[in-house]
Design a protein around this ligand. Sequence first.
Ligand code: ADP
Ligand code: MG
Length: 333
Amino acid sequence: MTAAVTLDGVSCTFGHGAGAVRAVEHVDLTIDAGEFFTLLGPSGSGKTTVLRMIGGFTLPTGGRVLIGGTEVTGLPPYARPVNTVFQDYALFPHMTIRENVAYPLMVRKVERSERERRADELLALVQLPGVGDRRPAQLSGGQRQRVALARALIGQPQVLLLDEPLGALDLKLREQMQSELKALQRRLGITFLFITHDQHEALSMSDRIGIFNAGRLEQVGTPQAVYDAPATRFVAHFVGAANVLEGEAARNLTGHAQAMLRPERITTGAGEGARASGQVSEVQYFGAFTRVKVEAGGARVQADLPSGRGLAVPETGQWVHLHWDEGAVHALA
Ligand code: ADP
Ligand code: MG
């Protein structure tokens, strides 16, 4: 099968000499056709620069970009079979919603009745039928987001690039849009390359995730693989909550030189069979669970105790025994 997107040793350095910023350093990546792939990483890690190099808005200073098996490294954006949805939507305020969605077809000189028909089709697809005659200012943020999505899809791109498209929405609406976007991608079968700095968004939407740190790709894998078996300390900390143990504490508690233990894999219980014991230094209630921090084996160990399961939640200062299954420990290189 031909890859939808291939990055072959792609780098991007901004500026020269002492002031140069190495935004992206030698990234190799293959994204499969029909895949929902997410680039996850903190602000400034190089995600947008990667997306812009695929879209043709920024030229790499090294390496090659291929789309559908064809090299596009030096091609301008309009000559690439991709489209981009940016966070700020960038709708034309003076145009109607229908005209906004149809705009890419107007540029291509598609006949008016045909492009209006297609625009209405796309508006129905993003669940906004009947708003075609309104203007952007008359829609909510979430609705404008869907209009931007419809406009990006109308030219039938092979790959849709989405740069933190839900970042401006409040939490409830964002969660709703996450489900809708994922359902839409499944239905259309188009390859989505999605950017976010939100680990929950990445875990819940993606077929695979690539984790970025300081211009480098640290790990690529399914959400489960990245969560259960992080390749690096950075990934362990960035995706989910983690007890990353090292040195004396790691050897005491796990027998490894460096290891990770997810807080939800740890419970408190009887002294018999306990892996460690210690004093509770902090208790934080989060609704769905209570996070208990225990000074044990030379480390501060977090245990997340689920609510509503009849588990006794200890208090600060109390002495507790910690339990976990052998399989809960993930050794870090
Ligand atoms: P992210 O999207 O992960 O937040 P970016 O790709 O926007 O990261 O930025 C990566 C790095 O490159 C940052 O240090 C940023 O300041 C720098 N950078 C991005 N675009 C430019 C530019 N046009 N000129 C100079 N530096 C840039
Ligand atoms: Mg960005």
